[in-house]
Design a protein around this ligand. Structure first.
Ligand code: ZN
Ligand code: ZN
Length: 297
């Protein structure tokens, strides 16, 4: 183990429940928010406009809506979005999705096989057929760029911890329905100890806490630790990232035989998540998934 895992700092606005009667419970939060907004107008953490309708604090409605969500079809292994093949298929998908109401995230995987013309969308991309990632599956909520890139930067480097809440919710809303069953626990990708000290928190741990709430699963941050210091992946070209994190992680014996869901903010080359997966596999984990808010490719 690489020293004790530090206690997570709370979110800026923890989702505490006011102790009120059921009647006032329904009315009070909205009144309180409205009153606070009069005195201190709440501003969007990205564009600094006033938070208006459809706000997802601390993101305004337009910023929230501008995030480029990843929708099916995507590769079952690596999660890369795959192009729709034929226009008729996509309209069929749309119909299927709308008939399922709000669960738009997993229409493809459960598309009925029979009765339709043409082949179903491929389940696994050609890159994964040749050589899949070290994890068993990966899901990302949205494409890294624009508002989302800005929001993740402000979370990580600007100390805007409150952003973990809507960003984790995005991951749950977008990817939750397509996650396989049997996940034993959520495990955040550990941050190097010195970087966590500098930053004061691990953004992956903040996201993991909220994702775990959304999925009603436990967080087990101690199941995975950094074994040695590495350079920040963002300082390195893609070709060097894999070597930089090789054998950087160590998993706890508790993962043996379990299905673990790794959580991180961004999937770039996947090198860090793959190395985490290798460590978990070496310790006997049975199944390993990866969930990120954003993916670069
Ligand atoms: Zn905004
Ligand atoms: Zn793939």
């Amino acid at each position: 183990m690489a020293g004790p895992v530090s206690v997570l700092p709370p979110l800026e606005h923890p989702p505490s429940r006011p102790r009120l009667t059921p009647l006032s419970l329904a009315v009070f939060p909205r009144l309180a928010t409205a009153a606070l907004d009069l005195v201190f107008p709440a501003l969007c953490a990205v564009c600094e406009a006033r938070l208006g309708p459809r706000r997802r604090d601390p993101l305004c409605g337009p910023c929230w809506d501008a995030i480029a969500r990843i929708v099916p079809p995507y590769c079952d292994r690596c999660g890369v979005p795959m192009p729709m093949r034929e226009p008729p298929e996509s309209s069929e998908l749309g119909a299927c999705r709308s008939s399922r109401g709000s669960s738009a995230g997993f229409a493809r995987a459960t598309l009925p096989g029979g009765g339709s013309e043409g082949p179903p969308p491929p389940a696994v991309c050609t890159a994964c057929v040749a050589d899949g990632p070290a994890y068993d599956y990966s899901r990302s909520a949205a494409v890294y760029g624009g508002v989302l890139r800005e929001a993740l930067h402000r979370l990580k480097f600007g100390g805007r911890r409150a952003l973990a809440r809507p960003l984790a919710d995005l991951a749950v809303e977008q990817c939750g329905p397509s996650l396989p069953d049997g996940i034993a626990a959520i495990v955040p990708v550990p941050l190097a100890a010195d970087r966590e000290r500098e930053r004061g928190f691990n953004q992956a741990a903040l996201l993991a806490e909220r994702v775990a709430q959304g999925l009603a699963l436990p967080v087990r941050a101690r199941w995975l630790a950094r074994g040695r210091a590495t350079r920040p992946q963002s300082d390195l070209p893609a070709a060097e990232r894999s070597a930089n994190v090789r054998e950087a992680f160590r998993a706890a014996p508790a993962v043996a035989g379990r299905h673990v869901l790794l959580v991180d903010d961004v999937l770039t080359t996947g090198a860090t998540l793959a190395e985490c997966a290798r460590a978990l596999r070496a310790a006997g984990a049975d199944r390993i998934g990866a969930l990120t808010v954003a993916r670069v490719r």
